[in-house]
Design a protein around this ligand. Structure first.
Ligand code: AMP
Ligand code: MG
Length: 429
């Protein structure tokens, strides 16, 4: 069965013959979403969002010729002979501070005291920095001659009027926000942050901060997945844990639909009894379940819910499986909603090829994602090594990992020295 069929509601089937590939399931997940419609946002709200318009400088930047230094506006010919040994003295006829709106011309044989950013009188030849003078107020002694135009910032030298200063499609970082403000924009059109509702399921799962009864464990997934969505720039809401009770899950999903651009659940998707997510969602006919040829993270569900066909991704419950599933399926979905191209390299997830410093086995029929650490050797070579323990419940090993080493389908093991593709979980060191 194809991933697309799975998303459209094909009944769940498990077993090696029916596994879909990672790429197929990712495609099925991506097919559920479109970039969110743009809206106007104030600049600071737009930080981290994808710009949905080309932003143009409507006037030259800077808007007027101005001084680059605290000093004196002069005509170069008047100070051509100035040296430290034989300075030239000029009368100071005015004082121009930044923000000054005074319109004046520089008379021959005079100087105007001027501060950084103040508009230079139109016939100024250059600005003599205060350090080249005696700093005089009524008159000034100039000890060096500036070059024509020196220390004057010209109107439009940063951007001419009409020039695009930030292109549509840019994920706005602080430096972009600065330039948007510099060209006078208070609001810009951006794709909004996707609203992601994260629901953990499992009658054994308890809120952190509460004491554990027999057979219980704390909700790692609700927090981990919500944090991952926030980290990616989404607006994420963690819903408290839902017990393995179909009615409770149905009620929770109905309640949450109104505020979700996408719903992410964890747990209850495998083949056991009490697999409540599969039980409830399978009946809707619009969410399909399948086995994906990957380790960890084989059981997956995807589809839509409700009148608005809200996309829903159902991830397995083991914390490592849930985390890897987020990386492999939820991340691209959120990137598309945000307005990024999910097929383009992910700036937050650089990839490197590293040499295995240890050997490990891999199931040949599955794409394997191994929690690993990478480093640069003294000889400059990149190396990678799994962190101890392959079990999908080993969440502390996940925390120690700084990359996922990806072993492709068809490979049953990695030998020392083999080159392995690694997805870095943070910025490259
Ligand atoms: P399930 O997919 O519901 O069968 O869960 C698989 C395993 O993951 C079980 O051992 C669950 O106890 C565990 N698990 C499920 N949900 C969570 C969660 N939110 N946090 C931590 N562990 C979980
Ligand atoms: Mg469960």
């Amino acid at each position: 069965m194809s991933g697309t069929e799975a998303a459209a509601g094909t009944p769940p089937r498990h077993g090696p013959a029916e596994l879909v590939t990672v790429a197929e399931h990712r495609r099925a997940c991506l097919d559920l979403v479109q970039p969110l419609a743009p809206l106007e946002a104030s600049l600071l709200d737009a930080l981290g969002c994808v710009l949905a318009e080309d932003v143009v400088a409507t006037r030259p930047l800077p808007a007027f010729d101005n001084s680059a230094m605290d000093g004196y506006a002069v005509r170069v010919a008047d100070v051509a002979e100035a040296t430290p040994a034989s300075p030239v003295r000029l009368p100071v006829v005015a004082d121009l501070a930044a923000g000054s709106a005074e319109s004046m011309r520089l008379a021959p044989g005079s100087a105007v005291r001027i501060m950084t950013g103040a508009p230079v009188p139109p016939n100024t030849g250059a600005v003599v920095p205060v350090e080249w003078t005696d700093g005089g107020v009524a008159s000034v002694e100039v000890r060096h001659c500036p070059a024509e135009g020196q220390h004057i910032r010209r109107a439009g030298e940063d951007a001419a009027a009409g020039v695009v200063v930030v292109e549509a499609g840019t994920r706005l970082q602080p430096r972009h926000v600065a330039v948007l403000a510099a060209v006078g924009r208070a609001r810009v059109r951006v794709r909004p942050r996707p609203r992601v509702v994260v629901i953990s399921t499992g009658s054994e799962v308890v809120e952190p901060g509460q004491s554990l009864g027999p057979g219980q464990l704390h909700d790692a997934n609700g927090f981990g997945l919500t944090a991952a969505a926030l980290d990616l720039g989404a607006q994420a809401y963690r819903v408290g844990v839902v017990r393995d009770d179909p009615a409770e899950l149905r009620r929770t999903l109905e309640d949450q639909l109104v505020r979700a651009d996408v719903i992410v659940t964890s747990g209850g998707v495998s083949a056991g009894a009490y697999d409540v997510v599969k039980e409830v969602l399978h009946r809707t006919g619009s969410v399909g379940f399948c086995g994906v040829a990957m380790q960890p993270g084989m059981p997956q569900g995807a589809g839509t819910l409700g009148e608005d066909r809200t996309p829903l991704l159902a991830l397995p419950g083991n914390p490592v499986s849930a985390f890897v599933s987020f990386e492999v399926f939820v991340r691209p979905v959120l990137r598309r909603l945000l307005g990024e191209d999910p097929e383009a390299p992910d700036p937050q997830r650089p990839r490197v090829r590293a040499l295995a410093a240890a050997a490990w086995r891999s199931p040949a029929g599955k794409e394997q994602y191994v929690r690993a650490r990478w480093w640069r050797d003294g000889d400059g070579a990149l190396r990678v090594e799994p962190v101890s323990g392959a079990g999908s419940h080993l969440v502390t090993a996940l925390a120690r990992a700084d990359c996922l080493a990806v072993v492709p389908v068809g490979v049953d093991g990695v030998e020392v020295g083999d080159e392995v593709e690694c997805v870095l979980l943070g910025p490259a060191a």
